[in-house]
Design a protein around this ligand. Structure first.
Ligand SMILES: [Zn+2]
Length: 61
């Protein structure tokens, strides 16, 4: 199980960008789904495509 971060550092102003997309409590987002974040300081919106377990090599399962 892995979940996207609730917030990350805004690349524009160094403030905190918070997740504004709804995430179900008991389910992970589908890989490839788009997650929206908005910076609390500069109000910049970031759309992040969620990719699960990027470090895992699918060939080794
Ligand atoms: Zn910002």
């Amino acid at each position: 199980m892995s979940r996207p971060p609730e917030s990350f550092t805004c690349v524009d102003c160094g403030g905190e960008a918070h997740l504004i997309s709804f995430l179900p409590e008991d389910a992970d987002p589908e890989p490839g789904s788009s997650l929206a974040y908005r910076c609390a300081d500069c109000m910049e919106r970031f759309d992040v495509v969620w990719e699960e377990d990027l470090e895992d090599d699918p060939e080794t399962i």
